[in-house]
Ligand binder design. Structure first.
Ligand SMILES: [Zn+2]
Length: 581
């Protein structure tokens, strides 16, 4: 490794892993935070490039790359509806009182009739419907079978089943138990909540957001860290450098927006970490590129604009990404006031999103799923492990490429004695001084549960610290390390992510468990019968056991009715959601 390269690598690491102590400036945190993934300069030039390339058919929605946008039969505007109150005031003035009374009574009767018709239409899903399309069977009030091209009316408009998937970066599962997220909890009581969702290893933003999109572990989807070296491409992936990390060849697997687009489902992507296009050339219909510091109400506004589009243009799958909580967690630690204040804002957003759907009578049409990518550990007082003490200055300078953080994927220079350095590292990890503080793995010895070996992008030697420890050098020390971090073993509860869902999916799932409970009670079997893996609590919350986040891909495919024909191969468990849906 040239000293220049090494210096560059270390600078990169420093750029996202270290914060000057007590430096709380927003600008700095925006750049330094692990997942503030694009430096402003890169962003601006990239956005300029995007502006040029973006099709300009929609002024508000970032339409990206769709060569054949759907026809806009309604002339591009929102559908308008007669309000029913456009009577001419002048006419009314000359009327007798009796006529007014009779006419008013008639109008009230008409209004009541129309309202009832709407209610019935809403309940039975028989709103205005183009020929050739059929309604969901909703006679029981359930929406089972409501998917694909089926339409359901909210009383005024026809909708296809819709999924809004929101990722709140760094929302550690137990943040929900702090008493600061009453609305997320309320939504979870109306719907479902998992005890936690296990991220993939490494528990970093880019590997996990791509796992959520593809249902694949890192060894299969190829995003093996936020920064890593590809020995075939002979190039470094770095999440902070858009010009290289958006190249489609980095991203293996098929994201859910590609699978659903194949099924002719319109999709919208609001800053979800990942590329605008995959290797096959696929893109979401609407794409809003990453930008830091976009207020949550602007994101809500964008989502409702998409929801309010005419049926022909409206996305059925909406993805949204929010980084502020992760940024706060890195800057001031998971137990800080800033994290708690950001949690309050995230919770207010959850309420506003929920209310926006309720105001549109979309409770039985739109599934809202809140997830996160990983948790956050307190790293304010880490114990340093000095790599130069172990490898010696010579060994340290023999490192050609260094991947990931806080774990360290190591590639030694071709002329270095890598086997000897591996032996040195392994021996050190077993000494009294270091035992239980870090582990050294190769592809052969990597824990199987990580599914993190079978890919050339995974460095041949991986040093993984336990919680509470950092890998560093005498020169770097631990001065200025971020107060919170993630990337550790995915079995650690502090690394676990959240899952809260509300909508027709959760209604169906609750009905399932209630049915099973009734049947079980009738037969004397223990409650919940077949529905193992979750339970209801006294306050009517339904809690799923912890599950792996690669299951989310199949959930969304199932909700949108595309599960069999268009589902790409993935690491989700076959039939995982059958007990809930
Ligand atoms: Zn982060």
């Amino acid at each position: 490794m040239s000293s220049n390269d090494k210096h560059k690598n270390r600078n990169n690491k420093a750029q996202y892993s270290k914060l000057p102590a007590e430096d709380d400036s927003e600008e700095r945190q925006g750049l330094l935070s692990d997942d503030a993934r694009v430096a402003n300069a890169d962003l601006e030039s990239n956005e300029r490039r995007l502006e040029g390339e973006r099709l300009a058919r929609y002024s508000v929605y970032g339409l990206w790359g769709h060569e054949d946008p759907r026809d806009r039969k309604n002339g591009g505007g929102k559908e308008h509806h007669r309000s029913g109150d456009d009577d001419d005031e002048d006419d009314r003035q000359g009327w007798s009182r009796k006529k007014i009374v009779y006419t008013a009574a008639g109008m009230i009767a008409l209004l009541v009739g129309a309202t009832m018709t709407n209610c019935v239409a809403s309940v039975w899903g028989i709103g205005r419907r183009p020929e050739g399309q059929h309604s969901a069977s909703t006679g029981s009030g359930m929406v089972k079978g409501f998917s694909g091209d089926m339409l359901r009316s909210n009383g005024t408009h026809d909708f296809k089943r819709t999924v809004v998937l929101v990722s709140i970066d760094g929302l550690r599962a137990d943040y929900l138990d702090r008493g600061l997220t009453p609305h997320l909890l309320d939504i979870s009581k109306k719907g479902l909540r998992a005890k936690s969702m296990r991220p993939i290893f490494p528990t970093l933003t880019f590997p996990n957001h791509w796992a959520l999109m593809t249902g694949l572990y890192a060894e299969s989807h190829g995003i093996v860290a936020n920064n890593f070296w590809d020995p075939t491409l002979k190039e470094e992936f770095h999440y902070n450098k858009v010009a290289s990390c958006w190249k489609p060849e980095w991203w293996f697997g098929e994201p859910m927006w590609e699978s659903t687009e194949k099924a002719s489902i319109t999709t919208a992507n609001l800053m979800w970490p990942g590329p605008p296009k995959t290797m096959s050339g696929a893109s979401s219909t609407y794409f809003v590129p990453w930008k830091d510091k976009v207020p949550l109400d602007e994101k809500l506004d964008q989502i409702t604009k998409w929801i309010d589009m005419p049926l022909e243009d409206r996305p059925q799958l909406i993805l949204m990404y929010e980084p502020s909580l992760d940024q706060a967690g890195h800057a001031t630690g998971p137990y800080s006031r800033r994290v708690n204040e950001t949690l309050l804002k995230v919770d207010a957003f959850a309420k506003d999103l929920h209310n926006a759907m309720e105001a549109r009578h979309l409770g039985s049409i739109v599934d809202i799923i809140f997830v996160s990518d990983h948790g956050m550990a307190d790293t304010s007082h880490p114990e340093p492990i000095y790599m130069d003490d172990i490898l010696g200055p010579e060994g340290l300078s023999a490192i050609e490429h260094e991947d990931g953080w806080p774990a360290m994927g190591i590639r030694f220079a071709p002329n270095a004695n890598a086997a000897q350095y591996l032996e040195t590292l392994t021996r050190a990890s077993k000494t009294k001084q270091h035992k239980g503080k870090f582990h050294v793995y190769t592809h052969e010895t990597m824990p199987k549960r990580w599914h993190f070996a079978n890919n050339k992008r995974i460095a041949p030697i991986y040093v993984v610290p336990e919680l509470g420890y950092i890998l560093t050098t005498r020169k770097e020390g631990n001065v200025g390390m971020s107060k919170g971090n993630h990337g550790y073993d995915n079995k650690e509860p502090s690394m676990h992510a959240m899952f809260v869902a509300h909508g027709p999916f959760s209604h169906e799932a609750k009905a399932q468990v209630q049915t099973h409970t009734r049947r079980s009670m009738g037969t004397g079997r223990r409650p919940n019968g077949k529905c193992e893996g979750w339970h209801s609590t006294s306050d009517d919350a339904y809690i799923l056991d912890t599950f792996q986040n690669v299951e989310i891909y199949n959930l969304v495919m199932k909700l949108l009715g595309t599960e069999s024909k268009y589902t790409a191969p993935n690491n989700g468990t076959a039939g995982f959601w059958d007990k809930y849906l």
